[in-house]
Design a protein around this ligand. Structure first.
Ligand SMILES: [Zn+2]
Ligand SMILES: [Zn+2]
Length: 88
């Protein structure tokens, strides 16, 4: 990871969980989640901040899977990415 990337990740983590924000829970300390796209290397994948629960927890994107996640919260990873980028 280069310096610019690390700075970007730090900024995202400061913004807090993008789903908590979307749901009106306010700022929750977040991990970085990589949005996997076909044929794209992980290091080039776009990233969004997600709190541990909404990331790897049972209610998270890894726990539920992309489809169930979108159905449960009415928002996709891509929507959260757009919302996050609008804040930067
Ligand atoms: Zn969250
Ligand atoms: Zn992840």
């Amino acid at each position: 990871m280069n310096k610019a990337q690390r700075k970007h990740y730090e900024k995202l983590a400061e913004i807090g969980c993008s789903l908590c924000r979307h749901l009106g829970y306010g700022e929750t300390p977040a991990h970085i989640h990589h949005i996997r796209r076909l044929g794209m290397k992980r290091e080039n994948a776009p990233v969004i901040p997600l709190c541990p629960n909404h990331h790897t927890g049972n209610d998270g994107v890894h726990g539920l899977g992309k489809k169930a996640f979108a159905e449960r919260y009415g928002v996709t990873e891509e929507d959260l990415l757009n919302q996050t980028e609008a804040l930067l």
